[in-house]
Design a protein around this ligand. Structure first.
Ligand code: PMP
Length: 280
């Protein structure tokens, strides 16, 4: 595939970044992932707004939204992919030496690529999650390229045969290592507030809106492990996973282990919104 790197279009295997790039040395950067269905980026404005918020939070000078819209469009067309995930990474830039504080004004390194996307049109089969302690930092609202905590937790969950960890801080469930979560209790949805302890997922925002349109109540409140374990239904959300039902939490089967009624209703509304985008 062709990737974009600092103004150039190059084959991915030929894309090279300096060893002094602050992204490489310090993970001093942010990223974004945008799903594309039939060449149409889904909820692009929300993704670009979040990228700009993340960049601003770590002190990278602002880049116009129009630049990002053009970049995404060029990536899709140059690579000729219908359904794909666009990856955008923005780091503080390359210095002339390794120094915790930059030694001079730097130009941000901009990298963007695409990967094929398996679009879900039916609700996927329920997966297992493992409850683990959230060992990450306290600015999970920034979509930082430093994913060490997330990856360590993902590996630990995988060892337990779980697709994803569900993370808790002092018993309060925050999110997954690469997704948000919702639980269903007596017909209403519960998900934690978008504070500094979670990444405010675009899929999460969209699901909240779809649920309310369906007349389903949504509460953005903290939920503890006990509430999670006694939920009627649980599902995960992310750009690549969309709406993913959870059938098992550690040794506990959620409901009857199948996709719940409300989850199926939300997933169907989600698929419909993608179809709507494509037909627009
Ligand atoms: N939380 C974390 C930690 C994530 O990495 C992601 C994205 N992979 C999400 C939540 C979901 O965000 P989105 O719906 O915007 O993909």
């Amino acid at each position: 595939n062709l990737v974009y790197l600092n103004g150039d279009w190059v084959a991915d295997e030929n894309a090279k970044v300096s060893v002094f790039d602050r992204g490489f040395l310090f993970a001093d950067g942010v990223y974004e992932v945008v799903p594309v269905y039939q060449r149409r980026p889904f909820l692009l404005n929300l993704h670009i707004q979040r990228l700009q918020r993340s960049a601003e939070a770590i002190g990278i000078e602002s880049i116009a939204a129009e630049f990002w819209y053009q970049l995404v469009s060029d990536l899709i067309h140059r690579n000729n992919l219908d359904d794909c995930l666009v990856y955008i990474q923005l780091t503080f830039g390359a210095d002339s030496q390794r120094s915790h504080l930059p030694t001079q004004p730097l130009t941000p390194t901009i990298y963007a690529s695409v990967s094929p996307l398996q679009v879900h049109w039916n609700t996927p089969t329920p997966v297992k999650v493992a409850v683990l302690e959230d060992i990450r930092w306290h600015r999970c609202d920034i979509k930082s390229i430093s994913l060490l905590g997330n990856i360590m937790l993902k590996r630990e969950a995988a060892k337990k045969g779980a697709l994803e960890p569900l993370l808790h801080r002092n018993g309060r469930i925050t999110e997954g290592a690469s997704c948000n979560y919702f639980l269903v209790k007596q017909g209403a949805l519960y998900t934690p507030p978008a504070d500094h302890l979670i990444l405010a997922g675009i899929t999460r925002t969209w699901v909240i809106q779809l649920a309310r349109q369906l007349g389903i109540e949504v509460f953005e409140v903290v939920c503890d492990v006990n509430q999670l374990q006694h939920a009627d239904e649980v599902f995960l959300t992310s750009s690549s996973r969309e709406v993913q039902p959870v059938g098992q939490i550690d040794d506990i089967i959620v409901g009857n282990g199948q996709c719940g009624v409300i989850t199926a209703q939300i997933a169907e509304a989600f698929h419909a919104s993608k179809r709507h985008l494509i037909q627009e």
